[in-house]
Design a binder for this molecule. Structure first.
Ligand code: 9UX
Length: 72
C-alpha cells in the first residue's frame, strides 16, 4: 500500500518554486500525490515504499537545489 511522508523543504521563496518542487515530486516513480505549501515549507507526498524510499524523495528535492528533511 501507499504511505504518506511529510518533508520540510527549505529554499522555496516564490510560488514558482512550489510548482517546481511539486512537479519534481509528481514525476518520481512511485509517487502518486504531492502537495507543497509555501507558507509552512512542508510537502506531503504519497508514495509506494516498494518503488521509492523517503531518502530517495529527500535526495530528489535536494538535487533540484532545495533543502529537504523528513518530518515523519
Ligand atoms: Mo521564484 Mo524559486 O522567482 O527557485 S522560482 S524563487
Amino acid at each position: 500500500g501507499v504511505l504518506v511522508g511529510q518533508f520540510s523543504i527549505g529554499g522555496m521563496t516564490c510560488a514558482a518554486c512550489v510548482n517546481s518542487v511539486e512537479g519534481i515530486l509528481r514525476d518520481l516513480p512511485g509517487v502518486s500525490r504531492a502537495v507543497v505549501a509555501l507558507a509552512t515549507s512542508l510537502g506531503e507526498v504519497e508514495y509506494d515504499p516498494t518503488v521509492i524510499s523517503k531518502d530517495d524523495i529527500v535526495n530528489a528535492i535536494e538535487d533540484a537545489g532545495f533543502e529537504a528533511s523528513l518530518v515523519q
